[in-house]
Design a protein around this ligand. Structure first.
Ligand code: HEC
Ligand code: HEC
Ligand code: HEC
Ligand code: HEC
Ligand code: HEC
Length: 184
């Protein structure tokens, strides 16, 4: 159980100081606009519900003593950046000392290969209660058992739209239809 707890609070993204989505916005206006307007990723560290639940969690001596708020930021995005699951949470931090050309060549372009796999989404979209081992959220199972899986469709196929002149963070399609959020 202790190992599980240590593992749970490890950030599911590259540590370090992100530049911030506004930097990416200067060249990727469309991705930025859609990420900001249509996805709960963008509000994952800012939402009131997040802070309310985090306070309840850290007020519990037992849980907080073992894990603290690191647990929450492990999936919801960097605390210091405070912009939720953001460009650099998924694509990796842009190191300040490199040119944009180098960052793209060395990190963002090769990185797309891993980002296109369902496992990339599932590292955050499977949530276990570290105390009981019970699954609070298991998108892996839902997807494994779905007809979409049999048809070879991945998370990205449905949640992001491609083939546009400018790549689109396609969570936009789900804006109106997402059912009430599961309680964690
Ligand atoms: C100075 C302009 C500029 C900035 C700033 C910028 N990008 Fe890009 N990005 C581009 C261009 C141009 C391309 C297309 C490159 C190509 O087709 O070879 C691109 C392509 C990409 C790709 C597709 C892979 C690739 O390299 O072709 C990803 C992913 C990406 N950018 C992520 C980001 C993220 C994340 C940030 C912010 C941390 C960012 N970009 C900031 C100009 C920029
Ligand atoms: C670093 C962790 C992380 C990764 C990686 C991640 N997500 Fe999320 N995702 C979250 C969190 C946290 C939320 C809930 C945010 C909230 O409601 O405050 C969320 C919410 C969502 C939602 C529901 C909200 C909405 O915008 O309608 C969808 C859909 C989603 N993610 C899809 C994906 C897909 C597809 C991928 C892979 C391409 C992915 N996620 C990768 C952490 C992650
Ligand atoms: C293993 C990754 C992971 C960890 C750890 C995690 N979350 Fe989440 N959280 C998610 C994902 C993914 C969602 C989106 C679930 C969905 O909509 O299917 C979510 C959703 C939420 C929501 C619902 C958002 C809303 O607006 O309704 C709240 C609140 C939340 N998390 C708070 C927390 C707090 C507080 C912690 C720390 C105790 C925490 N989470 C730890 C991945 C995680
Ligand atoms: C939840 C994770 C996630 C977030 C947040 C995210 N991206 Fe992406 N991005 C992806 C994935 C996954 C792909 C690859 C999708 C595919 O090709 O199937 C991608 C692809 C891209 C591409 C290349 C698209 C192409 O077709 O070549 C660019 C450019 C990009 N993202 C920029 C951004 C920018 C800018 C932001 C912030 C405003 C951002 N992304 C936020 C996961 C994310
Ligand atoms: C066949 C298309 C399809 C595939 C594949 C798919 N999704 Fe979804 N997903 C949807 C649709 C449509 C919704 C909107 C809610 C609904 O109608 O059930 C949704 C809703 C969601 C939500 C928010 C609703 C909730 O249950 O809390 C999350 C998070 C999510 N998907 C993540 C994922 C992840 C992670 C994967 C890959 C393991 C994935 N999805 C694969 C189509 C898909």
């Amino acid at each position: 159980m202790i190992n599980d707890m240590q593992e749970m609070k490890q950030a599911r993204y590259e540590p370090g100081q992100p530049r911030g989505a506004a930097q990416c916005q200067t060249c990727h206006r469309q991705e930025f606009a859609q990420w900001q307007a249509n996805s709960r990723h963008a509000t994952a560290t800012g939402a009131e519900s997040f802070h309310r639940m985090k306070a309840a969690f850290t007020n519990s001596m037992l849980l907080s003593g073992m894990m603290g708020e690191d647990l929450c930021y492990a999936c919801h995005g960097s605390k210091t950046a405070n912009e939720g699951v953001s460009c650099e949470t998924c694509h990796g931090v842009a190191p300040a000392e490199q040119t944009w050309a180098e960052v793209h060549q060395q990190k963002y372009k090769p990185g797309l290969l891993g980002l296109r796999k369902p496992e990339f989404c599932l590292q955050c979209h499977v949530v276990k209660n570290p105390m009981s081992g019970e699954y609070l959220l298991d998108m892996a199972r839902e997807w494994e058992q779905s007809p979409a899986r049999k048809a070879g469709q991945t998370c990205q196929d449905c949640h992001m739209r491609w083939g546009q002149t400018v790549p689109i963070m396609g969570l936009i399609l789900l804006g109106e239809t997402v059912p009430p959020t599961k309680k964690i």
